[in-house]
Every structure is written in C-alpha cells, then in structure tokens.
Design a protein around this ligand. Structure first.
Ligand SMILES: [Fe+2]
Length: 300
C-alpha cells in the first residue's frame, strides 16, 4: 500500500498530472484568442454544450460535406455488423455481451469515410473551441446494441472516463437506426440535478441508486430518427443506455470520442484506435486530420 502511494507520487506521469491540474485552466485561457472562429450555427451548439452539456440535432443541420460519403460507408459496414455475434470487450464492458463493435481495421478498410466524417473541419473546429485546445480523435465506434439482458456495462449509469477528471472531452454520437421508446436509447440526468461531486462518484451505478438521488421522471431519454446527432461531454453527464421492456429491438450507432492531444490517461486509451487502422487511412488524411488522430502522436 505505502509502496504503491510512493510509486504514484514519484512517477513522472503523477507529476505531470499534478502540474496539469494547476496549469490546465491557465493554458485554456491563454489559447482562447487563437481558437477557430465558428459559424453562427456552430456557436449555438457550443453555447448549448457550455450551458447544458448536451446538444441534439439532425445530421443535416451540421452541413458537413462529408455526410453523403459517411452514409454510404455506414451501409457498407452495416452488412458487417448485422449478423456478428456479440464480443466480450473486457475491462469496463466485460459483462456487456449485448453490444458488438466493428473492429477498427474493418472500418478502415471497408468504411474509411466513417472515420473521415469525424475529422471534418467543422467538427474539429467545434471540438477545439469546446476543449480550448486542438483535439484528437481517440476512439471510433460503430456499434450494435441488442435490447436484451441484464443491467450491465453501459446500461448502468456512469460518467465516461476519457482523460483526467479536470480535463474537457467531447463525444459525438449518430443514431444509425431509428431510436424510440422501444429501442435502447441514450438517457441522461440533466447536469444541474446531479453534479459530478454528488454522493455518487466515478463508477457504474444501477438505475435504482441514481433514482435515490434524482427521480426517474427527471431523466431525459434521447429519441430520434436515424441521423439524430448527440454532441455531449459525457465525462460531465451521468448517462446510460436505457433498456425498455421490449425484447429483440436493436440500435445501431456511431460514437466518436475527442480529447486533448496529450491525454493524461494514455494507458486507458491505447487500444481505442489501432495503429494498423491508422496506417490504412493515413494517405487520405490532411495534416490537421493526421495530427488529430491519437496514434499519430505515438508514431512520430
Ligand atoms: Fe458512456
């Protein structure tokens, strides 16, 4: 125990984290004048993220030129995911055998535009403005969630652990199939009702434990047709995948995760985007996109 504490205190990463805790707000303030200028529509999204920690819209509202190619690759990848058995992902999701994630290499070979959509200039600008510094894309997920089984994995309430707790991070989700009250849906507790430093801290909680803090009637499920986009720092919002009493429904969704480029929890993130996947799409990337992929930093 004592040896562990000494190891933590004396490790270079431990020192970097302690210094960063103080320097991070200062760094964000100094970078503010140099952040990208957002269009009025994107400035509204940013204002919603600052105020509510969530923005929900339709994919066409984002006006990204990459969207048409994104949908074409979504359909190609759907053929890959439709009949695959669910996998045990280990770690936090060890029990969550009701989800299937398309492997990164498959996405890179059969659907590179799925990744390139998340590296569009407008999304990188928005993310940079929210983080207060250039972003990197640390995870790309095409997932299928079956509405079956117990309250496990992402069905339990949690806040995402994406970097050290004081740092900003952002997730963008696109529903790839219609999501209604009969389908697994993202459900969250509005931030002002359950602040991060409340009686529940980082970890996974059963719905009944959250209900002791905030009545279920105040939880917000996000329903919407295929193409609904949810932009949210899910390391701020308590959320889970709502599982209704309606067996055999399925949700397909895309998830993109952005953090600072010098993520201070690298050991937790290192498997989230594989080097092989990066190598497969490297030639399609411009300089900013290359610098926005987590593995580029490790490669050079
Ligand atoms: Fe989550």
């Amino acid at each position: 125990m004592a040896a562990n504490i000494i190891k933590r205190i004396s490790s270079p990463l431990g020192w970097r984290r302690r210094i960063d805790r103080v320097a991070y707000p200062l760094r964000r303030a100094l970078r503010k004048p140099f952040l990208p200028k957002l269009s009025d529509d994107y400035a509204k999204i940013l204002a919603n993220l600052e105020r509510d920690a969530i923005h929900v819209c339709r994919i066409q509202d984002l006006q990204l030129p990459e969207t048409e190619a994104f949908w074409a690759d979504v359909e190609k990848l759907k053929a890959e995911v439709r009949n695959e058995p669910s996998l045990d992902l280990g770690g936090y999701f060890a029990e969550d055998i009701y989800s299937y994630h398309v492997p990164y290499e498959t996405i890179s070979v059969k659907g590179p535009n799925f990744i390139l959509w998340a590296l569009s200039n407008q999304l990188l600008d928005l993310t940079e403005c929210y983080l207060g510094e250039p972003a990197c894309l640390i995870a790309v997920d095409y997932r299928r969630d079956l509405n079956q089984g117990a309250d496990v994995g992402n069905r339990k309430f949690h806040v995402d652990i994406l970097d050290v707790a004081w740092r900003r991070a952002l997730k963008v989700c696109v529903y790839l199939s219609d999501v209604d009250e009969n389908t697994p849906a993202l459900e969250y507790v509005p931030e002002n009702l359950l602040p991060p430093r409340s009686k529940v801290s980082r970890g996974f909680f059963y719905a009944k434990e959250i209900e002791e803090q905030v009545p279920k009637s105040k939880w917000v499920p996000v329903y919407g047709p295929k193409g609904t986009v949810i932009i949210s720092p899910l390391n701020r919002l308590w959320h889970h995948a709502r599982t209704p009493d309606c067996p055999d429904t399925t949700r397909y969704s895309a998830w993109f995760t952005y953090t600072s480029r010098d993520n201070l929890m690298p050991s937790d993130r290192k498997n989230d985007f594989s080097r092989k996947a990066f190598d497969l799409i490297e030639n399609s990337l411009n300089k900013r996109q290359r610098e926005s992929l987590w593995w580029y930093g490790l490669k050079t």
